[in-house]
Design a protein around this ligand. Structure first.
Ligand code: AMP
Length: 581
């Protein structure tokens, strides 16, 4: 197929913003394309060479693109660079440069879609010594044969910005119209959601029509488009909408789709980037926890404090996106996978099965470990129970709730009312540090064996001369401080909870309330577990410090009764709330 025929359609697409016109132009195009090139036509239209999950990247640095263009057109490199800066679009730079070209090989022939795709793929795949030269040669070879307008789109694929304004769903729409009817769009969409390969879907349609979809199945190694959630502004509405449903922690991390078979584990992001090398700890964790043959699991990677098991703010793991320093990051901030869905197990496609079945499959597939856990959930239609669970989630570092319809299938790629997220309608910020008293401790594990994993901290309530708990504190200690702690607290150790300590949590060790530490937290939240301010805001909840961190400052200048009071915690809670408009 002549590349010029494709480019003509691209120009039309670029000239309109009307979706129906786009669909019309694409539908005509798809009907005309021979079935053996349709795959490539679709990828190129997406600005790609292969389905996204194959991660085919051009691997051409800006400098190299400039060099290739200069080489192919005879323009000085500096000129190409200036024009790029001026025009902001490499495609237009190439087009103009070719219009003014001074040199051209004599053996120029019209470009075909196949040749364009082949050469671009060659560029992407060239590796090792001399590969940059090879990439430049392949691009120059295309530019030699290209007309100016063809060069525009070739360069846009190279830099990854097609600028056609064509969304994947527009192509889905056009495919349905070209090979079936527009009412068949859902079937085409489903095929795409499951295979994540629009080029492949197009080829099947062109060759065998809708009946070809029978052969599209989930495959380990081929990512499925993620199911997404709707949002409601209140818990009442969530419970009303779904009735009895599964309420889960909504973890604040990074979505991960894990593809597991006996030979390999591959982790995909929601956008199909391969994350395997960034999260070797998750891979290892899965290897240890997984006890089936093969599966596709959905979950959230969340940074955690291995000593306390507490979740850390997501930002802590964001820098893992950088490729380097992964080893260091694993040591400093390990990540746990909170698994919440099972799309396939041992070769069986579970997408259409009710959520409860998929959850049961997940429970069969995984043995819970420190590194791999099941998303915590309750099943209820009781509003009060839902509220208590929500408060627990927030206090423990979750973002809110995900409510899931018990009978719902996994709706790949779509945002539906079977998953509803409920986050808080306010944001809170703790402007000040608090000074809290050590009343108990929890034993450390792993690197912290022999010392404490976390300390149980309390605020002072002068009204009944009691120390009421507000958080478990495990972050912010350097090693020296940490290992000096048992000695420092030795004399305060008590066999039982001090009568003045009011705690619902069972600590491993108890101390006489005496030592005061300065603690920084993200905010004060309602908590069903802590006793400070219990009943002050809500009858069945106390208050807690979320994401507490030791600032490094021992408040030796303060006695335990001079620590932050419960009344202050209550007023901090009240003053930090800001409605999100
Ligand atoms: P949002 O990004 O705010 O639209 O919320 C959806 C995201 O929440 C999903 O893509 C997941 O990354 C994340 N998430 C966290 N916990 C869960 C859970 N238990 N079930 C589903 N998604 C979750």
């Amino acid at each position: 197929m002549r590349f010029a025929d494709l480019v003509e359609v691209y120009e039309r697409l670029e000239a309109t913003t009307k979706r129906l016109e786009m669909i019309g132009a694409l539908t005509d195009l798809l009907r005309r394309v021979p079935s053996n090139v349709i795959r490539r036509v679709v990828y190129l239209t997406q600005g790609d060479l292969a389905p996204g999950f194959r991660n085919v990247k051009m691997g051409l640095a800006e400098k190299m693109v400039i060099r290739a263009l200069a080489f192919a057109t005879g323009l000085p490199r500096a000129d190409v660079e200036t024009r790029w800066k001026e025009l902001g679009d490499m495609g237009t730079v190439a087009e103009r440069a070719l219009e003014a070209r001074t040199q051209r090989k004599l053996t120029s022939a019209p470009l075909t879609v196949e040749k364009v795709h082949d050469n671009l793929l060659g560029i992407a795949q060239a590796a090792g010594t001399g590969s940059q030269e090879e990439k430049i040669r392949l691009l120059a070879d295309l530019l030699n044969d290209a007309t100016p307008v063809e060069a525009r789109y070739i360069l846009r694929v190279v830099v990854g910005k097609m600028r056609l304004g064509v969304a994947d769903m527009t192509i889905v729409d056009a495919l349905a119209r070209a090979f079936a009817t527009k009412e068949d769009k859902p079937a085409v969409e489903r095929a795409y959601n499951v295979s994540s390969d629009l080029g492949g879907v197009a080829e099947i349609l062109a060759e065998s029509g809708l009946s070809g979809f029978r052969d599209i199945h989930l495959r380990v190694g081929v990512p499925v488009r993620s199911m997404l959630a709707e949002r409601l502004p209140s818990l009442e509405q969530v419970v009303e909408k779904l009735g009895r449903s599964a309420l889960e922690f909504k973890y604040d991390g990074l979505r991960i789709q894990a593809h597991i078979d006996p030979d390999e584990i591959v982790l995909y992001s929601r956008r199909f980037d391969v994350l395997t090398s960034q999260f070797p700890d998750v891979v290892e964790g899965l290897r240890d926890a997984f006890r089936a043959e093969s599966a596709i699991l959905d979950g959230e990677a969340v940074p955690i404090d291995m000593n306390t098991g507490a979740f850390l703010p997501f930002q802590e793991v964001a820098h893992r996106r950088r490729k380097y320093g992964v080893q260091e990051a694993i040591q400093r901030i390990p990540v746990a996978l909170m698994a919440f869905d099972c799309l396939a197990l041992n070769g069986e496609d579970l997408l259409e099965r009710p959520y409860t079945d998929r959850r049961a499959a997940l429970e069969r597939a995984l043995r819970e470990t420190e590194r791999v856990r099941l998303a915590e959930q309750i099943v209820t239609d009781d509003l009060e129970e839902a509220r208590r669970f929500f408060e627990k989630v927030i206090e423990q570092g979750g973002e809110g709730l995900m409510a899931k319809g018990l009978a719902s299938p996994y709706e790949a790629g779509s945002r539906g009312w079977q998953w509803i997220k409920y986050k808080r309608d306010y944001k809170a910020e703790l402007a000040d540090t608090v000074d809290l008293v050590i009343v108990g401790s929890f034993a450390g594990r792993g690197r912290r064996a022999g010392t404490y994993g976390a300390l149980l901290m309390a605020a002072y309530d002068p009204e009944d001369d009691a120390f009421k708990t507000v958080c478990k504190l495990g972050s912010g200690f350097d090693d020296a401080t940490l290992f000096a702690l048992p000695k420092r607290l030795q004399d305060l150790h008590q066999d039982q909870k001090d009568p003045r300590v009011d705690s619902q949590l069972e600590a491993d060790d108890w101390f006489e309330p005496a030592v005061v530490l300065e603690v920084l937290g993200a905010e004060i939240t309602l908590s069903p577990m802590h006793t400070a301010g219990f009943g002050a805001i809500r009858p069945d909840a106390g208050l807690a410090v979320r994401f507490p961190r030791f600032t490094g400052r021992w408040r030796d200048d303060k006695g335990p009764r001079e620590a932050t009071s419960v009344a202050e915690i209550i007023s901090l809670y009240r003053s930090q709330l800001k409605q999100i408009s």
